[in-house]
Write a protein that binds this ligand. Sequence first.
Ligand SMILES: C[S@@+](CC[C@H](N)C(=O)[O-])C[C@H]1O[C@@H](n2cnc3c(N)ncnc32)[C@H](O)[C@@H]1O
Length: 451
Amino acid sequence: MRAVELFCGAGGMSRGLIDAGIQVIQAYDAWPVAVENYRHNIGPHAEVADLKNLLSIIPEIARLAPDMICGGPPCQDYSLAGRRQEGENASMTIAFAIIATAVRPEWIIMENVIQAAKSQAWADARTMLKRAGYGLSESRTNASLYGVPQSRRRLIVTARLGERDGFLQSAIAAASSMRPMTLRDFFAPVVKNPETSPVRRLPRSREKEASEIRGRIGAFPENRRPHPDDIALVENGFVYSRPVRGGRGVRTIDEPYPTVTRTSWERPAPKYLSNPHPDDPAPAASTFALTRDQASRIQGFPEDWRWIARTQRDILQMIANAVPAPLAKAIGEIILARQAGQTIPAIEGRFLDWLERSGHRRTIARNIKSSAMRARRLLDGRTYADLARELANLDAVAGFASLPKNTRSDLRRALLLLAEFEASKKSRSKRRCPLASIETTPETLELANAA
Ligand SMILES: C[S@@+](CC[C@H](N)C(=O)[O-])C[C@H]1O[C@@H](n2cnc3c(N)ncnc32)[C@H](O)[C@@H]1O
């Protein structure tokens, strides 16, 4: 899969997608410092470009004919201002949608802060994507469930041409780990000799779980020397990070770190020390603050990543801006698995209740659900916003014609009922997203019923 990344920054998202097996063929950002870091650490395919220059950028990307357009448009406006005060940065979400819908690759990934979901810019971008024929999955993710020791909540929108809305939601949820990754999960394995080290490791019972969670970001190389700062952090056991909106300043290392920001490395200010949060688990003055290198690593940048910039402020900005690479990797792997037909969208349990309410006995309802799952497997996990197309593609699947007549009829009918169920859910929330309904016309009903 060949991807073009917009607003690539220093390359956090690219790093993760490349690790998943996606080829990033071109990347753009307006900030020369970020592009220099990208080129130094990832490859020469990044270019300085103002993505507002749609007339030059769209034909250039269209010529590359990517399978995917991805990116995290800048987001400060959403974080600071209300819906009516959205400014220049929010309009970059619109630029993203204009470029993506003009080039029309099969796949799109867009990352943004959670607040963007309620913005006018995203409402407009969403309308454009729907009109261009994309099905959307809008997931509110927490990076700590995808191999990152950081409670970073972000909106991840994945879109694919022709799909039904929500098509990837269950796969994204299924890829999350059973508990958030903590700082100890991330840093404690540096302790080589637990018997002699003063640093407390995890209890044996939690070691296995932690190594499974760590497995997502890969094991440390055997010959890796523990970094003194990592040992100091684990020994201290507490970490300070400048609180936002009156939250806690101090966490234990048995929690994920809060969202990495440009000020993450700062020591507590006198104002905080004289008026600490009542729930701080330790006095802020005696805690550890992440080093720049640790902040970079918990954002998923590899240990051998080299930052080049004249100011520390620029480096911290690039680190804070990034999509953590392990999160991007997880999303990339989920997309590649669906593309290869290795996963199918889950069917909600409520489908059975809905079938019962529509007059089917429970055993019959279960058969319908398993037929729908079988049909989805035959379709390689694809869903279609257009039911007639879904049924026509099912008919065209190799081997479908040789199935017994009753089976073919059951599979078609199961897909039809599933589409009706999903449309009934959508119609309840139609005022929220007026374009997101499934088309069931008399022709599609006829198609489904034809045996
Ligand atoms: C949230 S950061 C993206 C970080 C990146 N996804 C990563 O994982 O490292 C947003 C980026 O948008 C870039 N940007 C802002 N306005 C732009 C514009 N008009 N054209 C191109 N890039 C722009 C900024 O320089 C910044 O690097």
